[in-house]
Design a protein around this ligand. Structure first.
Ligand SMILES: [Zn+2]
Length: 192
């Protein structure tokens, strides 16, 4: 029996298409509700920090983010569950960046360094049709950019500027994680 993959992986055309905006009057529809439910359950099942609808084969501009005592991303600052519908990013400070050692559920067994902004504004609707315009800073901004990139058909591998930073997950743990976590602490826990 061929089992349908739970997650689209790199090479699948759905990951490269810009997703369709959700019509505002459809936000409370059962189709959108069930997509959100599936995004949350899949993200939690696979211990992702976030998940975009096209990663689970829905061509809709919706993603979810949650980082709470995550096994794959231990020691990272917590982000409460957030549902983003039609999100749009504005960079607030182009000079404030962080070299993020990223991985992705759609790019199995690979990590690489991507330069991300750490001070952004995100406009979006939530699952209750409420509009938000929120300033996001610190490590959370990195996660938001990764997920919203998915909705524009962009993978983190497109933004890795030095290909020599690409490593397998086991080598990331072996050679890079310690240094990376130190850099997270230095950049985002300055007050501690
Ligand atoms: Zn991803």
């Amino acid at each position: 029996m061929i089992e349908k993959a739970m997650i689209a992986s790199i090479g699948d055309p759905i990951l490269r298409r810009k997703t369709l905006e959700v019509k505002i009057n459809k936000i409370l529809s059962s189709k959108v509700k069930s997509t959100i439910k599936k995004l949350i359950s899949t993200m939690r099942k696979l211990n992702g920090a976030g998940l975009a609808a096209n990663q689970i084969f829905y061509n809709l501009r919706i993603c979810v983010i949650e980082l709470e005592n995550n096994k794959r991303y231990k020691h990272l600052p917590n982000i409460p569950l957030t549902v983003l519908i039609n999100p749009k990013i504005t960079v607030l400070n182009k000079n404030s960046t962080f070299n993020s050692y990223e991985g992705c559920l759609s790019v199995p067994n690979l990590r690489g360094i991507v330069k991300r902004f750490t001070n952004i504004k995100v406009d979006y609707y939530d699952e209750n049709k409420k509009f938000h315009s929120k300033e996001i800073s610190g490590f959370a901004a990195v996660v938001y950019q990764h997920e919203i990139d998915h909705l524009d058909g962009i993978l983190f591998t497109d933004k890795v500027s030095d290909n020599k930073s690409l490593v397998s997950y086991s080598n990331y743990l072996k050679y890079h994680e310690k240094i990376y976590l130190r850099s997270i602490k230095k950049n985002f826990y300055k007050k501690i």
